[in-house]
Design a protein around this ligand. Structure first.
Ligand code: AMP
Length: 114
């Protein structure tokens, strides 16, 4: 599959404001934040969209969400609350085709999203 800007960030070829890392997951601040806290959690291994995920990726998908929750606890806003979002393809609003979980926090979120 095609390389993306997030693949380059994962390989440290271009800079990002990295805030969290494990063996399989990397997280960095979104360049265009939609909330006081807006962090993107990506698998270091490339997966274009949620549609490409298979049963073999179940653990990795779980690790992305657990990383987001761990970061929220570590940063002290877990109890206050936050939102996690995975956009998929055109109608989901996905623009970077390397699967990522948005973590948004620091303000009250609205539902339904626009
Ligand atoms: P999505 O629309 O779900 O694919 O989300 C892509 C997100 O990546 C957007 O919120 C962008 O602001 C963000 N973004 C794009 N390029 C970068 C970058 N180089 N570093 C950090 N965030 C980025």
């Amino acid at each position: 599959m095609a390389d993306t800007i997030f693949g380059k960030i994962a390989r440290r070829e271009i800079p990002a404001d990295i805030v969290y890392e494990t063996d399989e997951v990397l997280a960095f601040r979104d360049l265009n934040p939609q909330a006081p806290v807006h962090v993107l959690f990506i698998p270091k291994r490339t997966l274009a969209t949620l549609n490409e995920a298979t049963a073999q990726d179940a653990e990795l998908l779980g690790k992305l969400l657990l990383a987001a929750a761990d970061y929220a606890k570590r940063e002290g806003f877990a109890d206050e609350g936050y939102r996690t979002v995975v956009n998929c393809n055109e109608h989901g609003g996905q623009t970077v085709f390397h699967l990522h979980v948005h973590l948004l926090a620091g303000r009250r979120m609205h539902w339904p999203p626009g």
